[in-house]
Design a protein around this ligand. Structure first.
Ligand SMILES: *Cc1c(COP(=O)(O)O)cnc(C)c1O
Length: 344
């Protein structure tokens, strides 16, 4: 049967109301890519769940198909979200597909170009507020409590329902849950969803390694971070909406939440690209965390099956790369000049 999207494939596992009207862009069904070189290095079996291959370039599409389908089914005419970028692009695309109005609130500065462009291309009304992501989220919560506008941030329970499908896909592909699942943690909706998904699917439970950026690590510090700072803009969040659930999931799984520096994140991004997988910085945090933990011997990867979730595509944040590379070399359009430059 041809693929028709996540609600069609896994809807019977998702707690969605009867009024849900499926809006899909054939999201999900993303590849679990074996990483032979990294596997050899860590002496384990390592896979990347490459969520950057979703329709709008991040895992956010999994929860957005369910959240927008529910909202539209109940008659919502307008949806709103606060976003560091990927939620905005995803909400904009699914709202466009459904023919409803999308409003997105982004924090001041530091929203990656590819994400903002996406939200605008899909026709969302983008509003930048003079404040942080956390301020933006507080505003959308207030407006959706006082008006009929529907909230599609991951505090919307239907986002979590849709995002569980990534855990189902991994189990279906591997035959069971992996030993470890490593992923970035920002607002903590995704780690919450994976854990709920693995528990529900009953194909075994992984230990979870949730990874925050050191400059935005409230779950490691045990307190909110007023001015979160990191190049990994998708996880630049100081007050995670589902922080308690993330901590509970990590603990229940006998895993942990750790923090890595921006340097470690960029190094992991480079390692992934060298094996053919280009992800945005936040998406490399899972691998950075795994490498850091295995280096100090706290996490024994040896002999284990490990899935590292790469949440968004590298093309979302081209500036991170463009800012650091040397300009291409310029030569005359002649064979001799080309051969002279590259050698034979
Ligand atoms: C949203 C996002 C995250 C963080 O996910 P949470 O559910 O907020 O923890 C990580 N990486 C990327 C690319 C994202 O878009």
């Amino acid at each position: 049967m041809t693929y028709q999207g996540l609600i069609q494939r896994y809807g019977h596992f998702l707690d969605l109301p009867a009024h849900t009207k499926t809006i899909s862009l054939l999201e999900g069904n993303t590849p679990l890519i074996p990483m032979p070189r990294l596997s050899a290095e860590l002496d384990c079996e390592l896979f990347i769940k490459f969520e950057g291959l979703n329709p709008t370039g991040s895992f956010k599409d999994r929860g957005m198909t369910s959240a927008i389908s529910e909202a539209v089914g109940r008659g919502a005419q307008t949806v709103i979200c606060a976003s560091t970028g990927n939620t905005a692009a995803s909400a904009a695309a699914y709202a466009a597909r459904a023919g409803v109005r999308a409003i997105v609130l982004i924090p001041e500065g530091k929203v990656a170009a590819g994400k903002l462009a996406g939200a605008i291309a899909y026709g969302a009304e983008v509003i930048q507020i003079q404040g942080s992501f956390d301020d933006a989220l507080a505003l959308v919560v207030e407006i959706t409590q006082k008006t009929p506008i529907a909230l599609v941030n991951s505090i919307n329970p239907f986002r979590i329902e849709g995002q569980k499908t990534a855990a189902f896909e991994i189990c279906d592909e591997l035959g069971s849950a992996p030993d470890w699942l490593c992923l970035p943690v920002g607002n903590a909706g995704n780690i919450t969803s994976y854990w709920a998904g693995f528990k529900q699917y009953q194909k075994g439970l992984p230990q979870l390694l949730g990874v925050q950026a050191a400059g935005a690590a409230p779950l490691v510090l045990g307190q909110a971070v007023e001015k979160p700072e990191t190049i990994a803009t998708a996880i630049r969040i100081g007050r995670p909406a589902r922080g308690e659930q993330a901590l509970a999931a990590a603990q229940e799984s006998n895993g942990k939440i750790s923090a890595v520096s921006d340097e470690q994140i960029l190094a992991a991004q480079k390692i992934l690209a060298e094996e053919g997988v280009w992800v945005e910085p936040a998406s490399a945090a899972g691998l950075a965390g795994l490498l850091a933990e295995s280096a100090v011997g706290k996490f024994e990867a040896r002999g284990r099956r490990v899935v590292v979730v790469c949440t968004g595509h590298g093309m979302k944040d081209p500036a991170i790369i463009a800012d650091s590379f040397a300009a291409p070399r310029i030569i005359p359009a002649s064979y001799a000049a080309l051969l002279g430059l590259i050698g034979a």
